[in-house]
Design a protein around this ligand. Structure first.
Ligand code: GSH
Length: 213
């Protein structure tokens, strides 16, 4: 089988999730950059492969997979060690709920196309767009902190990273980029600190990726 190919943009937090998951699973993969700032994701060539025009996309085992959470789920089923989801139904639902709080309820509101629409079509200033961005993070993270706190250990659920941490860490990277205060989230910050000590997370960080020319 050829090496999996990740269609990636270094600052895409959805692609960052998949880089983390691939690294945690120890999968050797190739990166194919898609420059979002040049709108390469909207090209006819790319949309023929991924009609949604998003990164990430992963070519693996003869499949072309899209949607980061679906990709992470595929990787978890394909490579069982280390597991990214607990085995028990209730614990799994809890971890998936935390991952979805980020992937479905915070991140989509701040996606590039949304930010562009606010500024280019609706005429909002950069300052207003930044306020929007920070608002949805500051609205989502307190809930995630409260969801995680009762069952968290070193990570959002227990002492090993799960899919919830895979989604959280890129979201915290985005929050810091936009100077969103994080002091009120001790559980999230503990998971962040512990995750970034692991090479699988550290190697996936945007600062360790090649920036498109
Ligand atoms: N739900 C999708 C979201 C993917 C997504 O939003 N990707 C962003 C980068 S983080 C993107 O490609 N945006 C391009 C655009 O908005 O035009 C996933 O989890 O994979």
């Amino acid at each position: 089988m050829p090496r999996p190919i990740l269609y990636d943009y270094y600052r895409s937090s959805a692609a960052y999730r998949v880089r983390i998951a691939l690294n945690l699973k120890g999968v050797d993969y190739e990166i194919r950059p898609v420059n979002l700032l040049e709108s390469e994701q909207k090209s006819a060539e790319y949309k023929a492969l991924n009609p949604q025009g998003f990164v990430p996309m992963l070519e693996i085992d003869g499949h072309r997979l899209t949607q980061s959470v679906a990709i992470i789920n595929y990787l978890d089923l394909r490579y069982s060690i280390p597991p990214l989801l607990p085995a028990s139904a209730a614990e799994r639902a809890h971890v998936v709920a935390m991952a979805m709080a980020v992937a479905c309820d915070i991140h989509p509101l701040n996606n590039l196309r949304v930010m562009k629409y606010l500024k280019n079509e609706l005429g909002h200033s950069q300052e207003e767009a930044d306020t929007w961005y920070a608002h949805w993070i500051s609205e989502g993270l307190p809930a995630l902190e409260a969801m995680a706190a009762p069952k968290a250990g070193k990570f959002l659920f227990g002492d090993a990273p799960t899919g919830a941490d895979v989604c959280l860490i890129p979201q915290l990277y985005n929050a810091r980029r936009f100077n969103v205060p994080l002091d009120n989230y001790p559980t999230l910050l503990r998971a962040d600190e512990n995750a970034n000590k692991l090479e699988a997370f550290a190697a996936a960080h945007p600062d360790r990726q090649k920036v498109p020319a």
